[in-house]
Write a new protein. Structure first.
Length: 293
């Protein structure tokens, strides 16, 4: 099941992998398949397209960058209520990594994807060579988390026009310039049976609780186990990961490197991909370098 009809111009996924319990996972890739694998995992309500710029830059640097739609997002299958836990997400990640034949991938995760990456690495679910956390740490700000939930829960019956969709996104991201051309929204919404535009994600995801105390505690315990190279990237304008939350993680994980991206909010890669991608590549060239021939 999916949100509805894909709009004209919605990019077709380059790949489809079989995730946990048969859920189809849609993804894109860039670069040399023989290069070090870098798996890019988006945040809640986003899609693989959030990583396009970063993926292209990583590919040009010699890495095999792969981004996939998390279950219940974009072009991946909906899984239904009760099937969007952290464990489900980690198992999908394991399935994709296995399908790609990588023994020690680099994990780059933003927000929800950062939580999946942290659990996979910190709980030993996957042998990971390096970890990049993007505006995500065990300690986040409840107000910022609430804003994300409010944005995702608005207009459950759909929007009447793409202009309404654009206005909703602009209200949530006032620091970004509103695009004049609305064609780019095609990958964010679907056309429902009632003729309205609805978000691409499964509404059943609302029952998952990424901000719940038990989940945050699980992330904290996972962070205690990190011994691999780690980079934490924070958006300087973020209301989700505060400087206090970032510093708390850095104390917990003393080997971690830190980059604070000015003029970027929670969706760091989308706001300042130039700085973001450059920082990640600089880190990876030391932590997980591309083999020289």
């Amino acid at each position: 099941m999916s949100a509805g009809e894909r709009l004209l111009g919605t990019p077709i996924p380059m790949h489809v992998w079989i995730g946990y319990k048969g859920v189809k996972i849609a993804g894109d890739s860039w670069g040399d398949p023989n290069g070090p694998l870098v798996v890019l995992q988006h945040g809640g309500g986003q899609t693989r397209h959030a990583w396009k710029g970063a993926g292209e830059t990583l590919g040009e640097a010699g890495y095999h960058a792969v981004a996939f739609d998390a279950r219940g997002h974009g072009d991946s299958d909906w899984a239904g209520e009760g099937n969007y836990s952290g464990d489900h997400m980690v198992e999908d990640l394991r399935c994709v990594a296995k399908a790609l034949g990588s023994e020690r991938p680099v994990l780059v995760g933003a927000s929800m994807g950062g939580g999946t990456s942290l659990i996979a690495a910190g709980e030993g679910k996957l042998d990971v060579s390096a970890l990049v956390m993007v505006d995500m740490a065990p300690q986040i700000e409840p107000e910022g988390q609430a804003k994300i939930q409010a944005f995702m829960n608005q207009k459950p019956d759909g929007f009447d026009s793409l202009e309404e969709v654009a206005a909703a996104i602009a209200n949530y991201q006032p620091h970004r310039k509103r695009p004049r051309n609305l064609d780019g929204l095609a990958k964010n919404v679907r056309l429902a049976a009632n003729g309205k535009y609805v978000w691409h994600w499964d509404p059943a995801r609302r029952t998952s609780r990424p901000g719940a105390p038990d989940y945050r505690e699980r992330l904290r315990l996972a962070a205690d186990n990190l011994t691999l190279p780690v980079l934490l990237v924070r958006g300087g304008l973020s209301d989700v990961l505060s400087e206090e939350g970032a510093q708390s993680f850095l104390k917990q994980c003393p080997q971690a490197e830190y980059v604070n991206v000015a003029n970027a909010a929670h969706m760091v890669a989308g706001d300042r991909n130039d700085i973001f991608a450059g920082s990640v590549i600089s880190f990876l060239l030391r932590a997980a370098p591309v083999p020289t021939t």
